[in-house]
Design a protein. Structure first.
Length: 128
């Protein structure tokens, strides 16, 4: 049989130790300077005042090798240029490429709370 003080200690422990939230799915409602992510079916808002965005969602930048294919028609002042107005170009190169922003309105993102669940980190886009 369990002593009364053991039962009382269990009650205090269960009351004082709520389960942490853990990672949660959020939805991007707005991007840019006034970005907004909602969690728990829109009941809670995360923005600049209580959240941080991982840089990978804002910008991918680097020096990359790339290949390209391009075709079209050349025009000069609205007139097709020369006897052969169509062209096809193929090639490759190396250079700095910047893609921004990666996330968009309607995306679902992984949200990770800090240890006090007062600030949130927007980690990455989640594909459902």
């Amino acid at each position: 049989m369990e002593d009364w003080h053991a039962k009382m200690a269990k009650e205090f422990t269960s009351r004082d130790n709520p389960k942490p939230m853990g990672n949660i799915l959020g939805k991007v409602e707005a991007i840019g300077d006034n970005w907004l992510v909602t969690i728990k079916d829109g009941k809670f808002h995360i923005n600049r005042s209580n959240g941080y965005i991982c840089n990978q969602l804002l910008e991918h930048k680097g020096n990359f090798d790339y290949k390209y294919k391009h075709s079209g028609n050349t025009t000069i002042s609205g007139c097709e240029g020369g006897a052969e107005a169509s062209y096809n170009a193929h090639g490759s190169g190396n250079g700095e490429i910047t893609i921004h922003p990666i996330w968009k309105v309607g995306d679902y993102v992984m949200v990770a709370p800090d240890e006090n669940e007062q600030h949130y980190f927007i980690v990455d886009i989640v594909r459902l």
